[in-house]
Ligand binder design. Structure first.
Ligand code: MF3
Ligand code: CO
Ligand code: CO
Length: 274
């Protein structure tokens, strides 16, 4: 398979799937509190997707080559967990940082998005935790701000890597953004590091995710024996944000936006004036 250009009908369906995925995050947000378990958050999201949205949680039983089927409906990655944390009996406590990653299938199309939460509210987080979450959010948006026809994937990766490393953080290299549509993970791979002017040239109608994983310490990772959970090798904190993005004729349209989406950061205000 190669990189597909979505038709207007496919784009319309992707707008719906993207908004639904973001609305799951809006719905679960008030439940992300000290004392909740990650499997309670999974159940809340699963019920909302299946019973309110009429959708399918894409992670449930997802089994790419070499993986055992993923056992839950969302990913919950807390503190030093980089990605693919499996919901379970883990209790969230004040000051934890948690990524909730939601992928909804609606009418055959995928919407994929994640946000960071500081458990107990912004003020509960350590200075480092807050800074890591904010810088990672800016990294995602700096990547999104590169997207337009004629730009290249390396422009996205470079913008992200430069901002993360200037803050003293590191970029995870083993996991990346991805094309998305009828498939959960399509071509191309969207790595979050690189050199400007290199890599695949973007064309209107491409849809892919940008989902940088940024570590407070070194970039290296380890996989836990469950076959899914990825942690920082040095057990430093890790953060991630994700949007699904459409390349338009003139620039970019993030598809995973809803009423509860956090504001676009000031660092890209020049590109996304209200
Ligand atoms: N949502 C993740 C991504 O952004 C993939 C999760 S795969 C799962 O690509 F099986 F762990 F859910
Ligand atoms: Co993704
Ligand atoms: Co995701």
């Amino acid at each position: 398979m190669s990189i597909t250009i979505k038709t207007p009908e496919e784009i319309a369906a992707m707008r719906i799937a993207g908004r639904l995925a973001s609305e799951v995050l809006d719905h679960v947000t008030p439940f992300v509190q000290p004392g909740v378990t990650t499997e309670e958050l999974d159940r809340i999201c699963h019920e909302y997707i299946t019973q309110v949205q009429g959708g399918i949680p894409a992670p449930l039983n997802y089994a790419p080559p070499g993986y055992t089927p993923y056992p839950k409906s969302i990913c919950t990655s807390v503190n030093h967990v980089v990605c693919h944390g499996i919901p379970g009996n883990k209790v969230l406590k004040r000051g934890d940082i948690a990524n909730l990653d939601i992928t909804v299938i609606k009418d055959g199309f995928h919407g994929d998005t994640s946000r960071m939460f500081i458990v107990g509210g912004e003020a509960a987080g350590s200075i480092l935790a807050r800074r890591l979450c904010t810088i990672t959010y800016e990294c995602m948006w700096l990547g999104i701000a590169q997207v337009r026809p004629g730009a290249r994937l390396g422009d996205i990766g470079h913008a992200i890597q430069r901002h993360a490393e200037a803050a003293g953080f590191s970029v995870v290299q083993e996991f990346c953004g991805h094309g998305i549509g009828r498939g959960f993970h399509e071509e191309p791979q969207v790595v979050h590091y690189g050199r400007p002017g290199t890599g695949v040239e973007l064309k209107a109608g491409m849809i892919f995710t940008i989902e940088p994983m940024i570590n407070a310490g070194k970039r290296h990772i380890s996989e836990l024996p469950d076959g899914w959970t990825i942690v920082t090798k040095d057990r430093s904190l890790s953060a991630q944000w994700e949007h699904t993005c459409l390349v338009t004729e003139t620039g970019v349209e993030p598809l995973t936006i809803s009423a509860g989406s956090p504001a676009i950061p000031a660092i890209v205000a020049d590109r996304f004036a209200a």
